[in-house]
Write a protein that binds this ligand. Structure first.
Ligand SMILES: C[S@@+](CC[C@H](N)C(=O)[O-])C[C@H]1O[C@@H](n2cnc3c(N)ncnc32)[C@H](O)[C@@H]1O
Length: 473
């Protein structure tokens, strides 16, 4: 049977041909460097594993290769702040926007580490277990929501609540933050859950009524075991002889500027930023792959005090990357109207609507949906809105980047119902319309084979994972 790609290849193929000379296999950018893998051994990153992050090496590579001196850098999807901290170490002024309190807390905690006396932390960590034994009554601090209920063994939940009650009594705010961050970082490990793509997986020992296959997580550490391990790891990383690993005291050759991070949606925050303010944007938006950050990080969100409504609202505010996301177009219209920029709204919408490859993707997915060939009916809506919202983000980042400045974006292409969606090409087409020159689309090397040959063979290839390099005209 003929594939839908063979019936409707033209617009995506044309776009591919237009950017073909910019696609380049980047042998120096391994998947390890682009993904969180290369951070795994770095202090702080290894304490709280944010697998959706990219590596500090990637940020350092682009900032040092494409800029002669430090300036202002922004990450509008800041996650745990990889861009912000790597740039700060190089003397850049770092700005970030992040929707989820999870990333914002990790960024704040990392700043608290910079102000901590190692000896004091070591002492407090040593006294912790004696202090905890003194607590007899305590309130419930961890207020479960439907998707987190029964996540912990009973004893673990009691220990966690006691610990949080104790944290409240700690006078030194930095020590308090570091302790809370340590507990935040062990939540998955002490629970019956495992982060697994779109959802949390649940161990068979949990009290929950489990749909799907039972799963055995293996040994689950008690709260005390996990915390002792985590605090030892933290204290060891903070010891003076390890400072060469990580510049915790800001004692490197560059001037260090405080990091500015805003918690909120970049769709709402970017329009407030000044024209031509930034020299560099280094970012990675959520991928168009149905990954739901609010479910994956449910325990951490609850730990940070989010209730059911807040988690649901955050899910809707995510850049449309899950099948549950509803359209934000009316909201965006209102937003631009309220700041007197209706013209911008019309312009962005026009760029989106005039992308022939985008229209082709939308109609192919609608067609496949009618034929019942997609495993969820909302995939066409998600894809349409993912690109529409990113079209607004790209307009704004073009506006706030100085002429000659760069945007580096990490993203993966996706495939639904057998149809490849060339995220790299469509986003680059938008970027070009908004004033960026598409310098390179670096394609990560694949497992085997001659990748440049494979790249020429549109539609039958392994989907590309890319880093785009755009320069503002
Ligand atoms: C691929 S991750 C970025 C990780 C980051 N590069 C790092 O190294 O930690 C994408 C991030 O975008 C955030 N996000 C999703 N929708 C957002 C929105 N509308 N505004 C701001 N951030 C958003 C997610 O919470 C997630 O942390």
């Amino acid at each position: 049977m003929r594939q839908a790609t063979e019936i409707f290849p033209t617009e995506r193929q044309k776009l591919y041909d237009r950017f073909a000379d910019r696609l380049e296999t980047a042998f120096n950018l391994s998947r390890r460097v682009v993904s969180f893998q290369a951070n795994k051994d770095e202090p702080i990153y290894r304490w709280f594993k944010y697998k959706e992050g990219f590596s500090s090496d990637l940020v350092r590579h682009f900032l040092t290769s494409y800029s002669k001196k430090p300036g202002k850098v922004l990450d509008p999807f800041a996650g745990v702040g990889t861009t912000l901290f790597a740039a700060q170490e190089l003397g850049w002024e770092s700005y970030g926007i992040e929707l989820l309190p999870v990333g914002v807390f990790a960024i704040e905690a990392r700043q608290a580490f910079n102000n901590i006396e190692q000896e004091e932390l070591k002492q407090s960590a040593g006294d912790l277990w004696t202090e905890l034994k003194k607590i007899e009554s305590y309130e419930t601090y961890f207020h479960h929501i439907s998707i987190s209920r029964d996540a912990f063994p009973d004893d673990t939940e009691i220990a966690l609540n006691k610990f949080l009650a104790y944290c409240d009594t700690i006078k030194n705010k930095n020590i308090q933050t570091v302790f809370r961050f340590a507990a935040f970082s062990v939540l998955e490990e002490i629970s019956y859950t495992r982060k697994d793509g779109q959802y949390l997986r649940w161990d068979y020992r949990s009290k929950r009524d489990l749909a799907g296959k039972p799963f055995n997580k293996g040994k689950i550490r008690t709260f005390e075991q996990a915390m002792k391990h985590k605090l030892s790891e933290i204290v060891a990383d903070l010891l003076p002889q390890n400072n060469s690993l990580f510049d915790l005291n800001g004692s490197n050759e560059h001037e260090q500027h405080p990091i500015k991070v805003t918690q909120g949606s970049c769709l709402e925050e970017l329009p407030n930023l000044q024209d031509a303010f930034f020299d560099f944007i280094v970012t990675s938006p959520p991928y168009c792959n149905r990954y739901d950050y609010t479910r994956t990080y449910a325990l951490e969100l609850v730990f940070l005090g989010c209730d059911n409504d807040r988690v649901r609202n955050l899910r809707q505010e995510l850049l449309s990357c899950t099948v549950e996301n509803k359209e934000k177009i009316d909201y965006l219209n209102q937003l631009y109207l309220s700041i007197g920029r209706q013209g911008t709204y019309d312009h962005v919408l026009n760029v989106y609507n005039s992308s022939a490859a985008m229209s082709e993707v939308n109609s192919v997915l609608d067609e496949l949906n009618k034929l019942d060939k997609l495993n969820n009916n909302n995939i066409p809506r998600m894809v349409k809105n993912y690109f529409l919202e990113l079209c607004f983000v790209i307009y704004e980042i073009a506006r706030i980047t100085k002429s000659g400045g760069y945007c580096v974006m990490v993203n993966d292409n996706v495939r639904y119902g057998g149809e490849e969606i060339p995220v790299d090409l469509i986003l680059s087409e938008f970027a070009e319309q908004f004033g960026f020159d598409i310098k390179k689309i670096f394609v990560l090397p694949r497992g085997k084979g001659n990748s440049s040959q494979q790249m020429g063979n549109y539609g039958r290839t392994e989907i590309r994972k890319c880093v785009y390099l755009w320069q503002k005209r």
